[in-house]
Write a protein that binds this ligand. Structure first.
Ligand SMILES: Nc1ncnc2c1ncn2[C@@H]1O[C@H](COP(=O)(O)OP(=O)(O)O)[C@@H](O)[C@H]1O
Ligand SMILES: [Mg+2]
Length: 240
């Protein structure tokens, strides 16, 4: 996967469902020369092994236990050490609803071109997933951590506008109360340790940045794709 002597830089695009991780990772990947993008969604357990939420009886696709983390961690560690990996046949759809216009694209490409010395000798690997920061040990596997985020109401509205999700073996459509019963509590319980007062709408604790290098990127309803991609790129460049 890597050329010799290249330094692999693992950049995690984490955060709750519908916070824009996949959109921003795919948009930025398309503008950079040679980025590998790994989706945590490709490491889901098979459909019959997805845990069942006791209170609702729903399959819980939004908890860490729905993912084969042993397989994922081994894969990412191998990527980091430059070992050849079998490319993943992704279940992720490549259709993006949001797109940059040509002038926005131009401005971002110009910025990348002006910072070529920062990228030299480095192989960037983007990792996109809803459960990348729930476990501090896993967080430390990554070199740069970006936590995309939005309010409850924005995330709920975006999630509920989606038709459904490809799964390892089929297709999943959320029941009507799935966001408030499963998706949101799953995010809050696994990520509150990173936030001041354990309130996920508050700022990140300073030690989240200091110790784990996690950056909070708000993608609320008034955020544009262009500003999000520029902000993401600036953080990456600052940390290369
Ligand atoms: N700033 C934004 N404005 C409008 N729609 C957005 C914005 N960010 C994301 N979306 C939409 O929200 C949905 C979820 O985005 P996606 O990138 O798939 O999120 P994630 O990968 O975090 O689940 C997509 O339909 C996307 O087009
Ligand atoms: Mg996604």
């Amino acid at each position: 996967m890597t050329r010799q002597n290249e330094q692999v830089v693992l950049i995690a695009f984490g955060g709750p469902s519908s916070s824009g991780k996949t959109t921003i990772a795919q948009t930025l990947k398309a503008l950079l020369a040679d980025v590998t993008l790994i989706h945590l969604d490709d490491f889901y357990l098979t459909d019959s092994r997805i845990p069942i939420d006791e209170a609702t009886g729903y399959q819980n696709w939004d908890c860490a236990e729905a993912i084969d983390f042993e397989k994922f961690t081994t894969y990412v560690e191998n990527v980091k050490s430059g070992k050849e990996q079998v490319p993943i046949n992704s279940i992720q759809s490549n259709d993006l609803n949001l797109k940059l216009d040509p002038s926005e694209k131009r401005a971002i490409v110009d910025k990348i071109d002006s910072q070529q010395d920062k990228f030299k000798g480095k192989k960037l690997v983007f990792i996109d997933g809803f459960m990348l920061f729930h476990n501090p040990e896993l967080v430390d596997l990554f070199d740069i951590e970006l936590l995309f985020h939005a309010s409850f109401s924005t995330l709920k509205q975006r999630r509920e506008s989606r038709g459904g999700y490809n799964t390892a073996e089929g297709f999943w459509v959320d029941p009507p109360d799935y966001f408030e019963k499963i998706v949101w509590p799953g995010f809050v319980n696994s990520h509150k340790y990173l936030f001041v007062g354990e309130d996920v709408d508050n700022n990140l604790k300073p030690e989240a940045l200091r110790k784990h290098h996690i950056y909070n990127i708000r993608n609320d309803s008034d955020s544009t794709l262009s500003e999000l991609v520029r902000k993401t790129l600036d953080i990456i460049i600052d940390n290369l």
